[in-house]
Design a protein around this ligand. Sequence first.
Ligand code: FAD
Ligand code: NA7
Length: 542
Amino acid sequence: MSNDIKTTIAGADFDAIVIGAGFGGLYMTHKLRDELGLKVQAFDKGGDVGGTWYANRYPGILSDTESFYYCYSFDKELLQEWTWKNRYVNQTEILEYLNHFADRFEIRKSYQFETMVTSAIFNESTGLWDVTTNKGDTYSAQHLVTGLGLLSATNVPNFKGINDFKGQMFHTANWPHEGVDFKGKRVGVIGTGSTGTQFITSTAPLAGHLTVFQRSPQYTVPIGNGPISAEFSENIKANYDASWKQIKGSNVAFGFVESAVPAAGLPVEETDKVFEKAWQYGGGFRFMFETFSDIAVDPGANEAACTFIRKKIDQIVNDPDVAAKLKPSDLYAKRPLCDTGYYATYNRENVSLVDVKADPIVEISEKGIVTESGEHELDILVFATGFEAVDGNYVKMDIRGRDGLEMKENWADGPKSYIGMSNAGFPNMHMILGPNGPFTNLPPSIETQVEWISGFIGDMREKGQLTAEANKEAEDDWCKTCSDIAHMTLFPKADSWIFGTNIPGKENTVQFYLAGLGNYTDVIKAEAKGGYQNFTFTHAGN
Ligand code: FAD
Ligand code: NA7
């Protein structure tokens, strides 16, 4: 082991084990090791740092948070040193940034890569977590921090014949590092979510023919990407203090002021004027939350946005039959998407659209995809079918708390937490982006949680507390609060990964705190300030 600092609990291999090398795990490792001086060991099953941005390398992949706010804010020097080239940042640049972060803080010396944690079991006799890896090693640690990612465990539908396909087959989140050659190839893609729309728009010009298998059409608006001028960049850097303050006190934390003006009751000419301006400027979250205050909560306001986007589809798409297939009829209440010419891609001669609700996929054959109407022969088949969001990586692992309580069992009716970071029955296990955390641009939420967890562990050490565990009643109250808030919005009415309904057999479950990062931060700060009243502690000797 590279870390030769002594642990504070006799017999523990480490003070803390961190799992995950994405935005969350990297910052957590730095905080615990370099600021609290703990002996830390971290693991990731991937080959290096990056998390999401190490694994997802498909063509067109881009963050849809503006680059200058898709980063850490705690390191003011880094904010000034690092210059983003474009309004949005692609996977290569995000990975470069996270590599730079890892070098800057010498993070890699605390990590074992290509090491999957297979189990984490709380040992009641020692009060430590016993963490076992796929290399057959077991390590003990006082604290376990999980930065497993909420969009990380892939969802590959179990189509009949899936292993019979003789061509190349990929999920977008397991993309080969050497890339894929699409030239002249017959490519099929299943899925038209955020990933699918990015993949489709970028791959259409590269492929011989691209066939899109669409289950649900999507509302998406232009992203408005482009280079940033030196002046724009300097302005952003000069105002970073104020911007981060605004972001961390806002709801979706995307770096714009959310509208306070309702659309309900306004004439269509007025709402369309505002939507048109947003369409021209670009950005999915801006379109949903900067235009009007009630799109996510009021059916009339929501329909005004839907109608505007449907009209755009009619204007953009040449073939009315294709336009009809591309037009959603349901609510605009999934994670809002943005794109670089998605609908116009269907005007290309080499792109065809199969509506798999009308013409269902029957099986995957040696040659391609068989739908009810016939076989679509393919050389390359891409699954842009998303993730087992939020709890996917947790339930894949054998996690057991007090009295052998299994996480899988504990979350059988849906994942739960107290304030998105703790679980009753799982002492000293701290989750980054655990269930029922805020639904936002994620780096600011990750930072908020990592700083809270590190403060919590620091406070425990000062007071000589050995274990901390969220109280069941507090957890139940928090889950109810999250549910009550979610049901004030239209989001639970749409099927998507946000509520787990993209996974067959998974119940519609509230998995996020939808009242925003600002309110969330107030709650967790009050918990700390009040002396962590919703936790039970053990001390040395009890
Ligand atoms: P991740 O980056 O997912 O890292 C989790 C890590 O844990 C992974 O490296 C994984 O290998 C590791 N791990 C999991 N289980 C184990 C185990 N048992 N053993 C060892 N290692 C394990 N968010 C935004 O805010 N804005 C965006 O525009 C945006 N775009 C996205 C686009 C795509 C295509 C995807 C997939 C996600 C996007 N996200 C976006 C969400 C993104 O995941 C987060 O912004 C952020 O990167 C999450 O960081 P993380 O550290 O929490 O998790
Ligand atoms: P999403 O948003 O879950 O999209 C997955 C897509 O795959 C979506 O269009 C699904 O259709 C489709 N899908 C899933 N299973 C099937 C089956 N069995 N048959 C046909 N089509 C299917 O995942 P993304 O990766 O695009 O985005 C997830 C988040 O990651 C995103 O918000 C970004 O933050 C990054 P459906 O809509 O369920 O009918």
